[in-house]
Design a protein around this ligand. Structure first.
Ligand SMILES: *Cc1c(COP(=O)(O)O)cnc(C)c1O
Length: 412
């Protein structure tokens, strides 16, 4: 019988580190998955785990949801790649623009990383300015401009600055701390060559780290005053915090938005969108180049449309998430050494006496303790992201039974 240990040994001879993405390289070896359905993932050994990683965010309806599956299956019958436009792109674009008051037009790409890469290029092309500002610990995908003090796998492995990123290029990316409007004001007032400020409105890749009251409004005001484009990276928060993501929840209108993850119903997707005058700079309408073989992929479009329809038809899932993560919070004993942070279906136990407000504070977490708790949870049948610095998620498939189990794990 196949087992995870042997599969990983073989994978290491073929795939660097044995994996296709670094966060998956769980020590001593990751479990290999045979199948997944609803809230559960089943390993090749036949172990069933409650999944609170959910593909690192996209699967808000759980695994293999029948509605998404039906949409993909029906599109399969008609073919899955045409290299020419389809009605499906118009349909999903209409939905996404309607859901986000800040988005008049958008471009579909295949991943969140491509979306932020293109949005940054667009901001430079539109403003004619060269530098960007990001948040320390903010993660925007694995590309050169943003692999600087990045969260997610980059933090886990202690290599925020990747080898191969040219120092000359990295010098065009500046950093500020999250929840520090004064720091942003100071930076922008000293530099007149900043094209954009890119930020996860709720930090999801070292978090969740929540914005202080008024922080996002201050960020909007400061960037506008300095003619700096505000890019909300809502690849995690889009459709996760509700329809319209963080920008609708907090009532802020960014200039550009990047989306991904949930928007594609669990198939690979990214998109960036914003004000018409900015988006019309994108090729072939304008001079900022973007292209991709799989942009607007029909299967992804079909899955994304099905996801979008479902979320609109079931608005009750969002308040339900809030109730459910409160149940987990309430199960944690008051003597616990850490802090539980939650926002809707995003949650995390931080091994630190207070909730972190930025990257520096997040790094103070006791990662050794976290690892112990994570292992205990896994042996108790719960799969969470292995890093202290990745958000846990719930899906609408996590029912009462799973909540009881989750509460038991957290009560320990
Ligand atoms: C996941 C993520 C990305 C990268 O998306 P990929 O599809 O993995 O390239 C970008 N930004 C944020 C906030 C993310 O969480």
């Amino acid at each position: 019988m196949v087992n995870s240990k042997e599969l990983f040994a073989e994978a290491q001879t073929l795939l660097p580190g044995g994996v296709s993405s670094p966060v998956r390289a769980i020590k001593p070896y990751p479990f290999y998955v045979k199948s997944a359905k609803g809230a559960f993932i089943t390993t090749v050994e036949g172990t069933q785990l409650i999944d609170c990683c959910l593909g690192y965010g996209p699967l808000i309806l759980g695994h293999a949801h029948p509605v998404i599956k039906a949409a993909i299956t029906s599109q399969l019958e008609n073919g899955w790649l045409f290299g020419t436009p389809t009605e499906l792109e118009i349909d999903l674009a209409k939905r996404v623009t309607a859901d986000h008051p800040s988005i008049d037009m958008l471009r579909f790409v295949s991943t969140g990383a491509e979306a932020t890469m293109a949005a940054i290029r667009l901001a430079r092309g539109f403003t004619g300015k060269s530098d960007i500002v990001k948040v320390e610990g903010g993660f925007h995908g694995a590309h050169d401009a943003v692999l600087i003090a990045a969260g997610s796998g980059a933090t886990t492995h202690g290599t925020p600055d990747s080898a191969g990123v040219l120092p000359d290029f990295a010098a065009h990316t500046r950093q500020v701390a999250f929840n520090d409007p004064e720091g942003l004001e100071e930076l922008l007032s000293k530099n007149d060559n900043i094209a954009a400020f890119i930020i996860e409105p709720v930090m999801g890749n070292i978090g969740p780290i929540l914005p202080d009251d008024g922080y996002l409004a201050a960020v909007r005001e400061i960037t506008a005053a300095h003619d700096v484009l505000l890019i909300f990276d809502e690849v995690i928060t889009g459709y996760r915090l509700g329809i319209g993501g963080a920008q609708v929840k907090y009532g802020i209108k960014p200039d550009l938005t990047t989306l991904g993850k949930i928007t594609g119903g669990g198939l690979p997707i990214g998109l960036f969108g914003g004000r018409r005058e900015i988006m019309e700079m994108i090729s072939p309408a304008g001079p900022v180049y973007n292209a991709g073989t799989f942009n607007g992929n029909p299967l992804t479009m079909a899955a994304g449309i099905a996801m979008n329809k479902y979320l609109h038809q079931h608005p009750e899932i969002y308040p339900k998430f809030d109730e459910r993560t409160r149940i987990i919070e309430e199960s944690i004993p008051s003597s616990s050494p850490g802090t539980f942070v939650r926002l809707g279906s995003m949650f995390k136990y931080f091994c630190r006496p207070e909730a972190p407000r930025n990257y520096t504070e997040a790094k103070e977490c006791d990662t050794v303790l976290y690892r112990k708790l994570w292992e205990k949870a896994l042996s108790g049948g719960l799969f969470m992201p292995p890093s202290q610095f990745e958000t846990n998620f719930l899906s609408s498939a996590h029912g009462d039974g799973e909540m009881v189990k989750l509460s038991e794990v957290y009560a320990q």
